[in-house]
Design a protein. Structure first.
Length: 197
């Protein structure tokens, strides 16, 4: 029976991060390196060779969760033939999934002094890169927007974020299609004059 090709160090780190994330969501920082090793189907010593310490691995999971690249890739993959409402719905769905993932992980890691190496997450860099991806999609619809791209990006991001916060206690509050229609059309029925413009 042929043996599988050994993983590269980068692939091994990726596998350990992927195996650790669900364990953190279930158990918080009380997880053990033995649990991680069993979940990743590796020897326990592999964790220390790949990351040094359990805390370094946890930090890597947090950094991976905060990375903008998967969000940008999902937004950039919006099909070119979607109309404006479908495109905004897609973006809100992607943004909400990321926000909920981060909130769940942060709740699981609620112990004080959880991130000694990271004084502040790179929120500005994240938002700048994600807004650039949202802006690239919105340029397809320049002639249909009543506000500039930066304002449109802000409205989409802000609504996606606000709708998944606990204060948004409404059955339709987090539904991406409903939010897209609210952003695009507001809450008022168009007047006869507006409808003909």
């Amino acid at each position: 029976m042929a043996r599988a090709n050994p993983m590269t160090p980068q692939e091994r780190r990726r596998a350990l991060i992927d195996a650790t994330r669900p364990l953190l969501l279930l158990h918080g920082t009380s997880i053990t390196t033995r649990q991680i090793a069993e979940c990743a189907d590796v020897a326990e010593g592999t964790i220390f060779r790949a990351f040094g310490t359990k805390q370094d691995l946890i930090d890597a999971v947090v950094e991976d969760c905060l990375a903008p690249e998967p969000v940008i890739a999902a937004i950039d993959s919006i099909p070119a033939d979607l109309d404006l409402e479908d495109a905004v719905t897609w973006m809100i769905t992607v943004l909400q999934a990321r926000i909920q993932q981060v909130r769940s992980l942060m709740a699981a890691l609620s112990e004080p002094q959880m991130h000694p190496k990271h004084t502040k997450p790179p929120h500005r860099d994240y938002h700048e890169q994600v807004n650039a991806a949202v802006g690239r999609t919105l340029t397809r619809f320049d002639g249909r927007l009543t506000v500039g791209t930066p304002t449109a990006c802000w409205a989409i991001s802000a609504m996606a974020f606000a709708a998944v916060m606990p204060i948004a206690d409404h059955t339709d509050a987090a539904e991406p299609r409903q939010l897209a229609r609210l952003i695009l059309h507001g809450i008022a029925v168009p007047t006869a004059l507006e409808a003909t413009c």
